[in-house]
Design a protein around this ligand. Structure first.
Ligand code: SAM
Length: 228
C-alpha cells in the first residue's frame, strides 16, 4: 500500500531509528519502517481525529502496537524532548512544515536528523534547517502520479557544514542543483511555465508590485539557467 514517495522518505532512516512521523495520516510510513526493522520505534503524530483513528487501525492491523505509539496532537507536541532521534514530516506544504518545526523547536534537543518532504515551497524548509543547526546532507526528487516530490534530509553534524547557501540553493536545493535527476527537470520546467503565466498576468495588471515582479523575473531566469 505504501507509495514510492513514502518508501523513498523511509530510505533515509537508519536501522534502529527512534523516530516521530508528524502528520502520519494512515501511519503507512511508520508501519512500513517498523515491519521491516523490528528494532525501530516510532511515535505517529496526528492533529486530526479522523487520520489519528486511521493510524491506530493500521498499526493494529499490522500488530505493531509494541513499536508504534499513535498520538493525537499538534505538530511536535506529541513527543517529549529526548524521546526521539529522528523526525519525519512528509506530505504537507513547506510553510506548514516550517511552522511546525519553528513552534516545536524546543523539542528538538535529541533530534539528530530531519527528513522533510514538502509538497510545495521546499525553500521555506531549507531556510529553517540551515538557520537552526541542521545541514542538508541529501536530497532527492521523485515523480509519482504526475507530481514531483522533493525530499530533504538534514543532519545535526559534529562539524556543521556552515557553507552559506545562496538564494538559488534554497530555491532549487543545494544537492538537487548539482545532481539534477530527471524529475528535477520536469518540476522546474513546469514551475517556469507557471511563472511565465504569472508574469504575464502581472504585466497586464493595473497596479504592479514592482518588487514582486522583479523577484519573479529573477527566479524565472534562474529556472531557465538551471534547465539549460
Ligand atoms: N505524512 C503522510 C504522507 O506523507 O503521506 C500524510 C500526509 S497528509 C496529506 C498530511 C497530514 O498531516 C494530514 O493527515 C493532516 O491531518 C496532518 N497535519 C496537518 N497539520 C498538522 C499538524 N500541525 N500536526 C500534526 N499533523 C498535522
Amino acid at each position: 500500500k505504501i507509495s514510492k514517495r513514502l518508501k523513498l522518505v523511509a530510505s533515509f532512516l537508519s536501522t534502529g531509528a527512534k523516530f516521530a512521523d508528524i502528520g502520519s495520516d494512515h501511519a503507512y510510513l511508520p508501519c512500513y519502517v517498523c515491519q521491516k526493522d523490528p528494532t525501530a520505534t516510532a511515535v505517529a503524530g496526528e492533529v486530526n481525529v479522523g487520520p489519528f483513528q486511521r493510524a491506530i487501525e493500521t498499526v493494529k492491523a499490522y500488530g505493531l502496537e509494541q513499536q508504534i505509539d499513535v498520538r493525537l496532537g499538534n505538530g511536535l507536541e506529541v513527543f517529549e524532548a529526548e524521546e526521539v532521534n529522528q523526525l519525519v514530516i512528509a506530505g504537507m506544504g513547506g510553510s506548514l512544515i516550517h511552522d511546525i518545526l519553528e513552534s516545536g523547536k524546543t523539542k528538538l534537543t535529541s533530534v539528530e536528523q530531519i527528513i522533510a518532504q514538502p509538497n510545495v515551497d521546499a525553500r521555506a524548509v531549507r531556510k529553517w534547517m540551515i538557520h537552526h543547526g541542521f545541514t542538508i546532507t541529501d536530497e532527492d526528487i521523485i515523480e509519482e502520479n504526475r507530481h514531483c516530490y522533493e525530499i530533504i534530509n538534514a543532519k545535526r553534524l559534529d562539524t556543521p557544514d556552515n557553507k552559506q547557501l545562496d538564494e538559488k540553493d534554497l530555491l532549487f536545493g543545494p544537492i538537487l542543483l548539482r545532481s539534477k535527476p530527471p524529475a528535477f527537470y520536469k518540476k522546474w520546467n513546469e514551475e517556469a511555465r507557471k511563472l511565465e503565466y504569472v508574469l504575464q498576468q502581472l504585466k497586464q495588471a493595473k497596479q504592479v508590485d514592482q518588487k514582486k515582479y522583479e523577484q519573479f523575473t529573477k527566479e524565472w531566469r534562474w529556472m531557465k539557467e538551471v534547465l539549460s
